[in-house]
Design a protein around this ligand. Structure first.
Ligand SMILES: [Zn+2]
Length: 296
């Protein structure tokens, strides 16, 4: 290990490839666009009819972890995999203790998605690839990866090296079955082993599974105030927040409370994000109970 005070380079920032992958799929698969439109319609209908989230069925999702490694340390341990599942089980039940840091005006919005995750299978695949990107190569044998296991009934996660500073990416609901699931950088998978600060609390998977259940980034993926995440209880905001901001951060005339940067669907560090809102959970539950009902 190098000692002394050598520069660590620029501070690591969260970067997610889900929207880039999403745009690519929309072009390639007309059926995906159609499915997404129908899902948006179903979500709007539920929102308008005052759906009671507290009465949602508790769902346990069978989860497969596909470890794709080149170096021995990328062949992560069963304990590290278990640490990721444990983190998800806290975050998706709003059982994470750090939610207490949520600013007072938003505490009442914190919502239990009533989703739990159970590890049912681990696959381990040695690859010759130095790294992957959001083009789904990690999900195909011919390109150095491994296909998902029964993706209609299992959530598939891949742990692998991702290039270009990507922490992860996900496929939104209604896309092709052969590539369905969530890819996580081996450096931000779980809470131990290869997981590196500031992305070592398992929240890359929490964020990406949010996309898998149809959640958008809270700033709406535009470089200004025009975009929307189609969720009414996350304030409109200009762009992603990074690191560990100090509340409040005001953009887009959203004062006095400002951006909800502690939401899992922002780009803040793992230790700075700790909540989904009720309207986000409504989107998640609608996706789960319609296009993703095979997981129930
Ligand atoms: Zn994202």
């Amino acid at each position: 290990m190098a000692k002394g005070k050598k520069s660590q380079g620029p501070k690591l920032r969260r970067s997610c490839g889900a929207m880039a992958a999403h745009m690519m799929l929309l072009e390639q698969y007309p059926a995906f666009r159609m499915n997404q439109m129908r899902l948006e319609g179903a979500t709007g209908k539920r929102r308008d009819t005052g759906f009671d989230l507290a009465k949602s069925k508790l769902v346990t999702i069978k989860t497969v972890v596909n470890v794709v490694y080149k170096t021995p340390d990328q062949n992560i341990s069963d304990a590290q995999i278990a640490s990721q599942i444990a983190a998800l089980n806290k975050d998706y039940r709003a059982a994470n203790t750090d939610k207490s840091q949520t600013p007072a005006p938003w505490k009442g919005l914190i919502t239990d998605a009533r989703i739990e995750f159970k590890l049912v299978k681990v696959t381990r695949t040695k690859t010759t690839k130095d790294g992957f990107t959001f083009d789904d190569a990690v999900k195909k044998t011919a390109t150095g990866g491994i296909p998902p296991t029964d993706p209609k009934t299992n959530l598939n996660l891949w742990s692998c090296a991702l290039t270009g500073g990507l922490l992860g990416y996900a496929q939104f609901p209604g896309g092709p079955v052969a590539t369905d699931g969530v890819v996580i950088n081996v450096q931000s998978f779980g809470t131990s082993g290869t997981a590196q600060a500031p992305f070592n609390k398992g929240r890359t998977a929490t964020h990406e599974i949010g996309h898998f259940f149809n959640l958008r980034h809270i700033w709406g993926d535009t470089p200004d105030c025009s975009g929307s995440d189609m969720v009414a209880d996350t304030p409109n905001c200009a762009g992603p927040n990074f690191g560990k901001p100090t509340w409040p951060v005001i953009t887009c005339n959203n004062g006095p409370n400002g951006d909800m940067f502690m939401n899992y669907m922002d780009y803040t560090d793992d230790a700075a994000m700790f909540m989904f809102t009720s309207q986000q959970v409504l989107r998640v539950r609608t996706a789960l109970e319609t296009l993703r009902s095979g997981l129930m």
